[in-house]
Design a protein around this ligand. Structure first.
Ligand code: ZN
Length: 239
């Protein structure tokens, strides 16, 4: 089986379209949450993900946009975009987001947005954070998003971590792994290309891919919606 793994679309339909074009031959698409927030086309992105009929879990921005999480914990730009998204979401989108699970399993993997300690909110940024989730990890692989930075952690005799770049391959070899698949709609590792992963169960590998998309069109739509200027500029910088 071949799975496309995507996360943190953040209402960026141009990026989502570009990624899905690359995934048209996979057996299933797995989405790790934050379909909405930040970007200009929340309903369009929900509609597309819903139509994929894969596995999708919920992220912190999805919950906040539904009013199910206190927006005061978000930075001012994120908060402004969440409040804007909340006014834009139609009933159908809300119903879909409200019914998404916090975690899901497929093959030898479990998927959550943040971490196993806090499914939607904790950022796994360090070896220490990863160690805590490894303690709770019963499956071979934990797939996550949330930080918008592709990376992986492995546990053998000790835990170590590494950033992942375009084309990097992680071999599935029986050692427990935490893999962050990066962000489709708002990459933050200095590379402004949309990020996703391909999980090939026959080859026993997960590959990170980057793909350019029409950033200026997303920015144009964001300006039309009067979304915060910093959120518009960060897309081209990949931060
Ligand atoms: Zn996110």
């Amino acid at each position: 089986m071949r799975y496309g793994i995507i996360s943190d679309i953040h209402s960026n339909k141009q990026a989502l379209d570009a990624v899905l074009e690359q995934l048209n031959d996979v057996d299933r698409v797995i989405c790790l949450g934050d379909i909405v927030g930040y970007g200009p086309e929340p309903n369009e992105c929900v509609e597309i993900v819903k139509g994929l009929d894969g596995i999708t879990i919920v992220g912190n921005h999805d919950l906040a946009s539904l009013g199910e999480k206190d927006v005061e914990f978000f930075n001012p730009h994120a908060k402004e975009a969440i409040l804007w998204t909340a006014t834009r979401l139609n009933e159908e989108s809300k119903r879909y987001l409200r019914n998404l699970p916090f975690k899901a399993r497929f093959e030898n993997a479990i998927v959550v947005h943040g971490s196993l300690k806090d499914f939607t909110d904790e950022y796994i940024l360090s070896v220490y954070d990863a160690s805590e989730s490894f303690e709770l990890l019963e499956d071979e692989i934990l797939l996550i998003g949330h930080t918008h930075t592709p990376c992986y952690f492995q546990k053998s005799d000790r835990v170590y971590g590494e950033r992942l770049r375009n084309g990097d391959i992680i071999k599935i070899d029986g050692e427990k792994k935490i893999i962050n698949v990066g962000s489709v709609g708002q990459p933050r590792d200095g590379d402004n290309r949309a990020t996703f992963a391909l999980f090939d169960t026959e080859k026993r590998e997960i590959k990170i891919k980057r793909i350019p998309y029409d950033i200026s069109e997303t920015q144009r739509l964001m300006r039309e919606c009067a979304l915060p200027d910093f959120l518009i500029r960060r897309l081209e910088m990949g931060i």
